[in-house]
Write a protein that binds this ligand. Structure first.
Ligand code: PMP
Length: 477
């Protein structure tokens, strides 16, 4: 059978078929194309969050599933005047292709942002401006990963990285996490175990500050130890740091890049959370030989990132008020985090635990292990509320009783109502379990909840296992 054999999307003559028609693949459609698919498509995974977006865009659904910053806080008249500036000063250049590595005016901005996080003296020649931080993850994999190569990451890890790791057919080894981030004290053992099998990870992927999804921050001691391990073993670390500047309490920690001095750390930054994800701009700072290969990888992907949004970002930073806007964002997010913590204490049953993030956008909640959050999501959606099921953050099927909750992209009112609705379906499950097992369900809602146990992330403390269960659900940004 050939690709042209038979009508593909029968619609009225002269009219393009609706996307909806195309999405309904029949068995015959699948057979027609499947022989052409690359091997890697067998392990490619869709992103749970991207999939959820179709549902959560409905007006009646309160979505605590996204990782969305609140772009409604950006003043429309500033947006208009920035666009005006770009039009007046750089129209032709903004509409033109640019260099693959990015415009110098944006690199200067990146140097300023990195300095604000303690990384002084960054050379703009060591920077690659990318299409979001997401492209850095993709390009690092493209540069370093052959099928079967090992990536070491936290457990849980950023669900949006999982589709990239899978697409490059990496073998993900996840190291447990607790209230101080990745349990670096277990890393040596994991690396020794791999070495015994003749395997050396291509890189260690970590989100040390206000981790997505767990909300935890790596302690200074562990940061130092991680950098030392990278040096001793000559291993690369991909430090993913979208949230470092979104701090609501506590003192800033040095980045791994700062501690390492740029020898073994590939640093990922992004404008998505300090300005806007709509500009789709991020960056990598990396040892030159690695950066050069990433540049070639980017040439094949998109030639260069948008010149229009690069000019927009440069004009915005030129105004010199970015820290002011960031300060106002941090105020809003801190209040929303507190609202969510209060609502969890009020509406979640005693058996649940959750993290207390000092910054970032997420809280990670863990329910009794007899509750499967993937199943629970269906119930939650019927109550018009959504979260990300914990399995999206693992490749080995763990995380089944956890969930990621976002507090930045929704109003305080919606946070309270959303958590109330999730709490309701959770309590129903607890009561059902009580009925089935003969244990009387307590009236948990009327009792005060325990203090959030930051020290342990409940189900994430098992020993690391190699990726086996390729069937588990994955996630996206
Ligand atoms: N890394 C992490 C940990 C993230 O949470 C995100 C987005 N939520 C990204 C990378 C990618 O973001 P972007 O492409 O918008 O920069």
């Amino acid at each position: 059978m050939t690709l042209d054999d038979g009508p593909r999307n029968p619609g009225r003559a002269g009219e393009p078929s609706a996307m909806g028609d195309r999405q309904r693949s029949t068995q015959r459609d699948l057979e027609r194309y499947s022989g052409l698919f690359a091997e890697r498509t067998k392990v490619m995974r869709s992103s749970a969050m991207r999939d959820l977006m179709a549902i959560t865009e409905r007006d009646d659904v309160i979505s605590l599933a996204g990782g969305l910053p609140d772009t409604s806080t950006f003043p429309p008249d500033s947006y208009a005047s920035l666009m005006q500036t770009v039009a007046a000063n750089s129209c032709a250049r903004a509409l033109q292709y640019g260099p693959t590595e990015g415009l110098e005016i944006v690199k200067r901005t990146v140097v300023e942002v990195m300095a604000a996080e303690g990384m002084v003296g960054i050379d703009s020649a060591d920077l690659l401006i990318t299409t979001g931080g997401q492209q850095v993850i993709d390009l690092v994999c493209k540069t370093l990963i052959d099928p079967g190569d090992v990536i070491v990451a936290e457990a849980p890890t950023y669900p949006g990285a999982v589709p990239a790791f899978c697409a490059y057919q990496a073998d993900l080894v996840q190291v447990p996490t607790d209230g101080e981030g990745m349990r670096v004290q277990e890393l040596d053992g994991v690396l020794d175990g791999l070495e015994e099998q003749g395997r050396r990870p291509k890189f260690i992927y970590t989100i040390p500050s206000f981790q997505n999804p767990a909300g935890v921050t790596m302690s200074l001691e562990r940061r130092r130890r991680l950098v030392a391990i990278a040096r001793e073993r000559e291993l690369l670390v991909l430090e993913d740091n979208p949230y470092g500047l979104l701090r609501y309490e506590g003192d800033p920690q040095p980045t791994l890049r700062e501690l390492d001095g740029g020898n073994f750390v590939i640093y990922l930054g992004t404008f998505s959370k300090i300005l806007s994800p709509g500009v789709r701009l991020g960056w990598a700072e990396a040892p030159r030989p690695v950066l050069d290969k990433m540049n070639i990888g980017k040439q094949g992907a998109d030639l260069c990132s948008s010149s229009m949004t690069q000019h927009f970002v440069a004009a915005y930073f030129e105004q010199g008020r970015w820290q002011e806007y960031l300060g106002s964002l941090n105020e809003i997010y801190r209040r929303r985090r507190d609202t969510m913590l209060d609502a969890l204490a009020e509406h979640f049953p005693h058996e649940a635990t959750w993290t207390h993030p000092h910054g970032g956008l997420f809280i990670w909640a863990t329910l009794p292990d007899y509750i499967d959050t993937t199943d629970l999501l269906a119930r939650a959606l019927s109550e018009s509320v959504a979260f990300v099921p914990g399995r999206a953050a693992y490749l080995d099927g763990r995380g089944g009783s956890s969930m990621r909750l976002n507090f930045s992209g929704v109003s305080s009112e919606d946070i309270r109502e959303g958590i109330r609705r999730i709490g309701k379906v959770v309590r129903e499950q607890v009561a059902l379990y009580g009925t089935l097992t003969g244990l009387p369900p307590a009236d948990r809602a009327s009792e005060p909840a325990p203090a959030p146990p930051d020290e342990r992330l409940a189900d994430v403390l098992e020993l690391p296992r190699r990726a086996r269960d390729r069937g588990a659900g994955a996630g996206g940004a």
